[in-house]
Design a binder for this molecule. Structure first.
Ligand code: SF4
Length: 378
């Protein structure tokens, strides 16, 4: 039986970062209390027959889930353990933000079964952090790692962003060196994406911040591949690197088409076959809907077979191990190489994908230009 993942969205932050386009707002204690009750209620009343209810990954994302009290996290976990069979060695991740984390609170989260921590370090340059509107400093990142280790977390991940406005290649190299020296089990390294409607997009338009330079970003990407490999990290997904055995089990479910059920505002779900659905984005509206016993689902998509095939290709290609052509044949009864023959020949001649027996995967160059590859299948 395929095991599912559970995603819990906690949509509160203490301030707004300039590049953020996630569904999150300012923390308000009263709303947070109602929201937690609503999430527990949504979990209790979840019913999707015909799919696995055995769960081996739980992910508290946001927002800043670590703003919740341990009692509130417990309330959600209890609802989940009553409704689903959460296996004893489940990976339970919580996103956190550096700065202001207390050892005792982290110990309490750990005692509740949270066994993986993930946080946004973004850069080790305090000026860059300020420009991004982040509340923490580079020192807070170092303190956070120390506290997490002291609290018993032996699976820690953090994010860095490359290509920040005015960031040089040398500054990025310093960031990578600092990050690797902290020996996290997992690293997510992203190239900056500027989303319309964010303060950063406006600042760039007004000329108040430098526009990201694509050639420089490409060099930064190359450098991160070289440095992480030299430090013993496995590059397993376009933006994700880990020490052996520390892949994000939860995020891998998204790339392999495994069921993931999302709870909370803006949470997305997939039944692992043909159906995706999404909840109301606004936290206050979501909470009211649950309190009034209405369904929070605002969008449902039934995938047809063509869409399911395309999705399995462009999500599967995100994993550097590639797509198993045998599995594709078994699932869809088609030969992927024949189906996309012309496109695959073009991509392979351009050096963006390669074949290895029954595997098709991105090349190193293809990983950098992955959006171009994916556009073929969307
Ligand atoms: S901490 Fe994360 S979710 Fe919150 S505003 Fe910043 S980037 Fe967005």
């Amino acid at each position: 039986m395929e095991r599912a993942g559970i995603y819990i969205h906690i949509p509160f932050c203490l301030s707004r970062c300039s590049y953020c386009d996630f569904a999150t707002g300012m923390y308000e204690g009263a709303l947070a209390r109602r929201y937690v009750r609503a999430v527990a209620q949504e979990i209790n009343s979840f019913s999707t027959p015909k799919v696995s209810c055995e769960v081996d990954t739980v992910y508290f994302g946001g927002g800043t889930p670590s703003l919740l009290d341990p009692e509130q996290v417990e309330q959600i976990l209890e609802a989940m353990r009553n409704r689903f069979q959460v296996v004893p060695d489940a990976e339970v991740t919580m996103e956190m933000n550096p700065g202001g984390l207390q050892l005792e609170v982290l110990q309490n989260f750990r005692a509740l079964g949270v066994n993986r921590a993930s946080f946004g370090a973004q850069t080790f340059d305090d000026d860059e952090l300020k420009r991004l509107g982040r509340r923490h400093t580079a020192d807070d990142v170092r303190v956070t790692i120390r506290l997490l280790r002291e609290a018993g977390f032996d699976n820690v991940s953090f994010d860095l962003i490359a290509g920040l406005p005015a960031q040089t290649l040398e500054a990025w190299e310093r960031n990578l060196d600092e990050a690797l020296a902290l020996l996290p089990e997992h690293l997510s390294l992203y190239l900056l994406e500027v989303h319309e409607g964010t303060p950063l997009a406006d600042q760039i338009k007004r000329g108040a911040q430098a526009r990201p330079d694509e050639d420089l970003s490409a060099k930064m990407y190359e450098l991160m591949l070289d440095k992480t490999a030299a430090a013993g990290y496995e590059h397993y997904e376009i933006s994700n690197f880990c020490l052996h055995g520390f892949q994000s089990r939860h995020n891998t479910k998204y790339w392999t088409g495994t069921p993931v059920f999302g709870f909370g505002s803006s949470a997305h779900s997939f039944d692992g076959k043909w159906k995706r659905w999404a909840n109301e984005r606004d936290a206050a509206r979501y909470t009211r809907m649950i309190e009034e016993r209405k369904s929070p689902v605002v969008e449902t998509v039934e995938l047809d077979e063509h869409a399911a095939r395309a999705e399995s290709v462009f999500l599967g290609l995100r994993l550097l191990r590639g797509i198993d052509l045998k599995n594709y044949r078994a699932r869809f009864g088609r030969d992927l190489r024949k189906e996309y023959e012309e496109d695959l020949t073009r991509l392979s001649e351009a050096g963006l994908i390669e074949f290895d027996d029954e595997l098709m995967r991105l090349t190193r160059h293809g990983a950098l230009l992955s959006n171009e590859v994916f556009a073929t299948f969307v």
